[in-house]
Ligand binder design. Sequence first.
Ligand SMILES: O=C(O)CCC(=O)C(=O)O
Length: 358
Amino acid sequence: MAREIRTTFGELRQFASWVEPEPRVAAGFGFENGIIPDNAQATVDSNLAVFTPTGRGAIVEDSRADWALFCQERFGIGSALWPSFRRHPLNENFVWRPVGKGKRVLSDAEAEAYDRDGYVVVEDVLSQAFLREVVADLDHFEEARVESAKLASGKNTITQAGKVTFNVQLARHSARLRELISLPLLQHMMYDLIGPNVRLYWDQSVYKSPHSELVFPWHQDTGYTFVDQPGQIVTAWIALTDAAEDSGCMWVLPGAHRVGPLVHEKGESGNWVFESDPSGMIPLPVKAGSIVVFAGLLPHMTGGNSKSWTRKALVVEYAPDGMNRIAIDPWGEQVVSPANNPRTQFEILRDGRPVVSR
Ligand SMILES: O=C(O)CCC(=O)C(=O)O
């Protein structure tokens, strides 16, 4: 990978989220009237900074992940800031569309943080009493899942007996879970992040066993099934127990949601997008009852649980009504199917109004 390349501003302007230097800044770099012509020479270095032959210092300093991907694909620059990204073949021209300002429950600062980093943490959402009820319901399903996992060991599942259990699409069986998934706070937050028409897309519990070293690898939640509106999937990772660095908390790579869907490799513990930990990763330790809300495109992982108790979490993914899954059939044709199963992908909001599910 190159460490530095020469190009023109015309080519740099092909980046969909290019931000033009202020005329005042451009004038300071010797451009007449602050206007930079397309044929003006530019150099880009491995910190992704743009230099001109005339100025001292960088005229543009952009450290966003999608800029890194653009420089990687266009110029072969290996950035010092980001891991190397591998774009999903169906991700032809993804551009992150900002959610803009907060509307119903998110503040403007939280909406801005979601756009920039791809997540927000909302602390202390659930009361201890409600948590206990939800966990009692999930524990009941867990017992059955543990038994079936023993039977299925060695088959096509990422549940691993004694390490981690995934129990999927439970909301259809549990009124308590449907209540949690449709909490007014979550409904209104999804209005802020997705829009007026929202459905549940996926729900699953994830129980990490005591003393389990199992790392659930780096992935995007959109990395299992390609969808036609990947930028609008939002995951609420609901901590049902405390989750810290030594008990399997969430780790994210802030800002990496901007690159769109990436290629995922299949692994024993789950599909993965980065083989080793990226340098910008951060942990998000939370108390039971808190929620990490993140873009379905944000690469994340969870670490092992060294504690003597089970770390419990519920993953709830929301999506815009009208979103489709896209698979490729053996003849290379796209198979498009709507994500609108009324039992497992029920409505959360219709025309901005909460839909009550029973
Ligand atoms: O809760 C966990 O340990 C993993 C959750 C997760 O990232 C997922 O299920 O996609």
